[in-house]
Design a protein around this ligand. Structure first.
Ligand SMILES: [Zn+2]
Ligand SMILES: [Zn+2]
Length: 302
């Protein structure tokens, strides 16, 4: 098993700094929970290099009333130096611990070439691609009243359509390797009566882009109470041959490798035996569960 989606800091923490001890502790916790390799994938918007590059990009996007919220969000988050994050993760990797260097990259409409230009200057192993924002609407920040007011007034099918279009454009940009939490748009629990068209398009976006998709336990910790992706979307990924990673999307140590065993069962039910790992942004196969095999052997009475 992998845990290919990990953050070092909760969103409530503004100033932050990566340390070798913290990354090593993540590795230790993951291994003790049956995960063989982790990827550190801090948000791109944590880093001053991202705000230098992208400026106040939200001013070009729809949602005027939501722009101040986005500005405050960036001001709170974009405080860390990307070079020191990279150096710390690379140092732990060089010690032989099971970690690879990644980043969670957002979809920036019409700006992905610039984003790719920035990221090409670093030795990333894997880049997650995420859609967190539709225009200036941070639809997954559920504790903000303005965000939730949008959920109350917008048409659910239209929201899913806009989200899916962003995924299609993110895939076509070629900037990232893995679709993170592929159906994040369901986070607030609002799902179209017939979501099939959107699932078909999401699976198509992954298949034609060559990107992998993430199976994430984070959805179990959200109001929707369901893993990402939903079972019918996972089925479509599998049917289209889209490679998979597994992920907790932890923002603190105790959530690292969260519910890895439950994800193992989801994969088993879907007939998935191989995951996809990455080095230098090149994919390689990883067995779902060498741990299971050991446990089976270790139970002579069973
Ligand atoms: Zn995310
Ligand atoms: Zn994340």
């Amino acid at each position: 098993m992998l845990d290919y989606h990990l953050h070092l800091w909760p969103h409530s923490q503004s100033d932050a700094e990566a340390t070798i001890e913290q990354v090593a502790a993540y590795c230790e916790h993951a291994v003790s929970h049956g995960v063989t390799e982790i990827a550190l994938t801090e948000h791109l918007f944590r880093f001053t290099q991202a705000s230098d590059l992208l400026g106040e990009f939200w001013n070009d996007l729809p949602g005027e009333a939501l722009r101040p919220g986005m500005a405050a969000y960036w001001d709170r988050h974009a405080r860390v130096d990307l070079d020191s994050y990279v150096e710390v993760v690379q140092a732990v990797k060089a010690e032989g611990l099971p970690v690879v260097l990644g980043l969670e990259v957002d979809y920036y409409q019409d700006r992905m070439d610039e984003v790719a230009g920035l990221l090409n200057g670093y030795p990333f192993d894997v880049l997650l691609g995420s859609v967190h924002w539709l225009g200036a609407w941070r639809f997954d920040v559920l504790n903000e009243p303005l965000v939730m007011a949008e959920w109350e007034t917008r048409d659910v099918d239209a929201v899913w359509d806009e989200y899916t279009r962003a995924m299609e454009e993110l895939g076509a940009s070629g900037a990232c390797d893995v679709f993170a939490h592929p159906d994040l748009v369901k986070i607030a629990g609002k799902v179209p009566a017939v979501p099939d068209e959107f699932y078909d398009r999401m699976a198509e976006a992954a298949a034609v882009s060559g990107m992998a998709a993430e199976l994430s336990s984070a959805g179990w910790r959200k109001p929707v109470g369901e893993e990402y992706p939903a079972p019918p979307l996972l089925q479509r990924f599998v049917a289209r041959g889209v490679p998979l990673t597994t992920a907790s999307d932890a923002h603190t140590l105790p959530d690292v490798a969260d519910r890895a065993d439950d994800m193992r069962m989801v994969l088993s039910a879907a007939g998935v035996t191989k995951l996809q790992g990455f080095r230098n942004r090149q994919p390689h196969p990883v067995a779902v569960s060498p741990i299971d095999a050991e446990l089976t052997v270790a139970e002579p009475g069973a």
